[in-house]
Design a protein around this ligand. Structure first.
Ligand code: WTA
Length: 630
């Protein structure tokens, strides 16, 4: 292991020649260790040298076989395979913008993103392993393309990696003249080197779509220079990755966490980053710890949902394995203090420094976290703003809520920083409206001090300056750390012929944090029945993806509404979570509430889903849900 490599040395190369010199010195170090899900398959190790070669060859393929050039948008719909970072970096080398769609998303969700970004090239794979099954992924490309074509965007080239090069693992046929196997095309590009296209620091590097308050996901556009600097800096100071460490972030590269902290951040500081194809509980709850033991992982990064899942499936498993973590991260959702303690004491053996990093797709990298080992840890709290980030909490009137007051408010960031997104792709007005309008006192102002960034989260700040993030203030449901917009779920439910109205709400879940439940009322002439519930679940699964599948679909005659006709989601959210529905006298139809409550709660109790004890914060969230849109 090259112990003399300074963490910033890769990043400090300011010319291509310098980068090549650094490569020749350290090229033999592992950049990625790819761990396939089947345990009898061996790891795929990509050294920095090999990564360089493969990125060049794939860049040559993109350029010469698919016509990709600087400024084009390339959609990547790939699971957790090392071909994904190769494709990302090849796009970056050409100055093309990559738009990675989470591999678990449906073909239709991918198609929507193709349309929004106006992308004509799709990079995918024939199949991949998940939960012990080899899933057909190519079929999603066909669905995505057919869907995009209906909306007027034609994909000309589909580049299909193969899970096993030379062998077909998907039954879905290739389309002549459109679909190409990457391993076959690569033969023509063997050994090619592509000069990196020099781009301005402000040129977009990638798009990442995320959910918000409307049915249409927002394409967060991120820059090249600012983003890279920010993820490199935060990987160094908050992930504390040194060249000799083995770092494993068990997130997905299709979400911002993996994008920033599996690929760009760690690579920029010369780390060895583990990429795992599968799920951590397959074939059993010891899998993650076996990987950590075998590879000598010493920095571990995951989400509360996974921690809860691993604790439930095998609370004593970590003790059976001989790994040793010095540093661990939790990210993506609020973590309950007792879950935090299991993570710290059992997974981290009480010796690993835990950081709870709070941030968002929009922000590129961390917003709130403690500095590992330097600032004290506090279960359930992310800590202060990270270096260079100045949060502030405002109440609804725009007055600052001081630390230690115990009151929650809307957490904003006062100042701009390099990792922040540049705009919403194709919709700069929505960008300003969504994130900056709320607390701007002077819309004419050109001074950044007048434009605090609205994160969309509610938070409190304790006397010690640490923030506790409570949850979203908008209509976003955070399911297992994945953001889903209620409107996306509702529009999917409305594609079912019989459904007249739909409302999605979060129900508290021990493992996933929140799971969506959908309430629907039917159009006249349709009868309620299990087949409608089934159709709604299927529609959501097909249009959005399996993670969005509702735990329940409740069919009712009518939904509680305000006098102006808006569905009151907080009322049904209270019902689903067995929380007091509060004052319903302002409703246009208060009589429906009790009927729905009895039907839903007795059905839940019958199914063994008894009322759970909720923390004060969760109860507040439930009672507040959707209030902003009434
Ligand atoms: C939530 C994920 C509490 C929050 C990186 C935010 C968190 C949304 C934390 C962004 C945390 C993220 N503690 N809540 N440490 N980290 N969140 O865009 O509500 O997928 O607004 O980015 O996740 O989700 P996104």
């Amino acid at each position: 292991m090259p112990r003399t490599l300074k963490p910033f040395e890769y990043f400090e190369a300011s010319t291509v020649e310098e980068a090549v010199q650094i490569l020749s010195k350290y090229g033999n170090k592992a950049a990625f260790i790819w761990v396939p899900e089947p345990e009898d398959e061996s790891d795929g190790v990509l050294t920095y040298q090999e990564l360089y070669v493969r990125v060049n060859e794939f860049a040559a393929l993109l350029r010469d076989s698919a016509g990709v050039k600087a400024g084009d948008i390339v959609t990547l719909h790939l699971p957790m395979v090392s071909e994904l970072p190769v494709a990302m970096l090849a796009c970056a080398r050409l100055g093309a913008v990559h738009s990675e769609v989470f591999g678990g998303f449906s073909g239709l969700a991918c198609g929507d993103r193709i349309v929004d970004s106006g992308s004509h090239v799709l990079v995918t794979i024939d199949a991949y392993y998940r939960n012990g099954r080899l899933l057909d992924h190519k079929i999603k490309a066909d669905e995505a393309i057919a869907h995009a074509e209906k909306d007027g965007v034609k994909v000309d080239k589909v580049l299909v990696w193969r899970r096993y090069p030379g062998k077909d693992s998907s039954p879905t046929p290739m389309v002549e003249g459109r679909d190409y196997f990457v391993d076959e095309l690569l033969k023509e590009h063997r050994g090619k080197r592509v000069d990196p296209v020099s781009m301005p620091a402000e040129a977009p590097l990638f798009l990442m779509y995320t959910s918000g308050t409307t049915a249409k996901p927002k394409g967060c556009q991120h820059s090249t220079g600012g983003y890279l600097a920010y993820v490199a800096g935060t990987s160094k100071y908050y992930q504390d990755i040194h060249p000799e460490d083995v770092y494993w972030c068990m997130a997905d590269i299709g979400w911002i966490t993996g994008h920033s902290y599996i690929v760009y951040g760690p690579l920029a500081i010369g780390a060895t980053s583990v990429v795992f194809e599968g799920v951590p509980t397959y074939p059993d709850a010891g899998r993650a710890w076996r990987i950590a033991e075998r590879l000598g992982v010493n920095i571990f990064h995951t989400a509360p949902t996974t921690i809860r899942m691993l604790r439930k499936a095998g609370p004593d498993e970590p003790e059976k394995y001989g790994y040793r973590f010095k540093h661990m991260t939790t990210v993506g959702e609020p973590i309950e203090p007792d879950v935090w303690r299991w993570y710290h004491e059992v997974v981290g053996r009480g010796e690993a420094a835990v950081v709870d990093t709070w941030w968002q797709t929009e922000t590129g990298g961390f917003l709130g976290s403690t500095l590992p080992a330097l600032e004290s840890m506090k279960p359930g709290s992310c800590g202060p703003g990270v270096l260079g980030i100045y949060p502030v909490i405002y109440d609804d009137e725009g007055s600052e809520i001081k630390s230690g007051s115990g009151r929650a408010g809307n957490i904003c960031i006062r100042n701009p920083w390099p990792g922040f997104m540049q705009t919403i792709w194709g919709d700069p007005e929505r960008f300003v409206d969504t994130y900056f309008r709320r607390y701007c006192k002077d819309p004419e102002s050109k001074d950044w001090r007048d434009w605090p960034y609205l994160t969309g989260d509610a938070a409190t700040q304790s006397e010690d300056g640490y923030y506790r993030i409570i949850g979203r203030i908008d209509d976003v449901i955070n399911v297992a750390g994945h953001r889903l917009g209620t409107k996306e779920l509702e529009s999917a439910a409305l594609t079912v012929e019989a459904v007249g109205e739909a409302a999605a709400i979060p129900a508290y879940d021990e493992v996933k944090g929140r799971v969506p439940e959908v309430y629907v009322s039917l159009k006249p002439g349709y009868e309620a029945g299990p087949e409608i519930e089934d159709q709604v679940k299927k529609a959501i699964q097909q249009i959005v993806g399996p993670i969005a599948r509702p735990a329940h679909v409740w069919v009712t005659d009518d939904l509680p509404k305000t006098r102006s006709g808006k569905i009151m989601r907080r009322v049904i959210s209270a019902i689903s979570n067995f929380v007091d529905v509060g004052d319903t006298t302002t409703l246009a139809n208060p009589e429906v509430v009790e009927k729905i409550r009895q039907a839903v709660q007795s059905a839940k109790i019958k199914a063994g889903e008894l009322p759970k004890e909720l923390s004060k914060e969760v109860e507040e969230e439930v009672k507040r849900f959707g209030a902003g849109t009434e």
